[in-house]
Write a protein that binds this ligand. Structure first.
Ligand code: SAM
Length: 239
């Protein structure tokens, strides 16, 4: 997947290109990042990318022209079919089903805003979708873009060491994940549940499902309301 990023601070993205699963996915050619800085599309000596808002008020607004030129250059690299996404607190809130949808896109152009945001006409002209990473306001779209890229990368076949890991993660089947343990068997008097040492894969599978259901009921009952439980899940829930 090609991901073109339009940002005033491309250096921030080393947090994902230099570490962990996202770094490996990039090294293996599963994800390719490239950057366009609107400052490089300015024509004045100060490389101005923002201006005062019409109507007055605090803060500045990102100007249309340098940002639009940067988006179009990014699109030329990512391909005409690439979706242009503006990271915005006013967008659709990113959840795992949304991440799954985005992971099916061939290529993406991610636009990170700064200041009070971008000129509304640019959204009308160039943006296909707005996505938010939650109901709070960040100083810029870079962190939100990195969250989106990380979550999408995990779903690209070959990105995770174990293909099943993503399927077992919280939200992928609508439930929270079960608890996990590793050595030692007992720590400060707290023992790992016997079932996990039993070697009985069917019992372990059922225990994990039971735990996932219990956790979801206790911590996120709202998730269960949206789910159609299968017969086994209904039975375990009523036990
Ligand atoms: N005035 C804007 C508003 O209230 O809708 C907020 C602007 S914010 C200070 C600057 C930039 O950060 C935005 O243009 C957007 O790109 C990004 N941003 C802030 N919060 C975000 C969120 N929850 N999800 C995605 N992007 C966000």
């Amino acid at each position: 997947m090609r991901i073109a990023i339009v940002s005033l601070f491309p250096e921030m993205f080393s947090s994902i290109s230099d570490y962990g699963i996202t770094r490996r996915a990039m090294e293996n050619g599963l994800v390719e990042l490239n950057f366009w800085n609107p400052r490089q599309f300015t024509s004045d000596k100060h490389q101005t990318v923002d201006d005062r808002p019409y109507g007055g008020g605090p803060g500045m607004v990102m100007m249309i022209q340098p940002l639009r030129d940067a988006i179009q250059a990014a699109k030329a690299w990512a391909g005409e079919e690439a979706k242009v996404i503006y990271l915005s607190p006013q967008g659709r809130v990113l959840t795992q089903p949304g991440v799954q949808e985005l992971a099916t896109e061939a290529n993406l152009v991610l636009v990170a805003g700064r200041y009070e945001g971008i000129d509304e006409r640019l959204i009308e002209l160039e943006v296909d979708a707005e996505w938010s990473i939650g109901d709070y306001v960040l100083s810029g779209g870079e962190l939100a873009a990195m969250v989106l890229i990380d979550a999408v990368t995990r779903l690209i076949p070959g990105a995770l060491g174990h293909a099943q890991s993503a399927e077992q993660d919280s939200f992928s089947d609508g439930l929270l994940d079960c608890p996990h343990y590793t050595r030692p068997d007992v720590y400060e008097g707290r023992a790992v549940p016997d079932v996990l040492m039993s070697g009985n894969h069917e019992r372990i599978r059922r225990w994990r499902l039971q735990q996932a259901l219990d956790r979801t009921v206790r911590r996120r009952p709202d998730l269960l309301e949206k789910l159609e439980l299968n017969e086994e899940q209904q039975k375990l829930l009523s036990e």
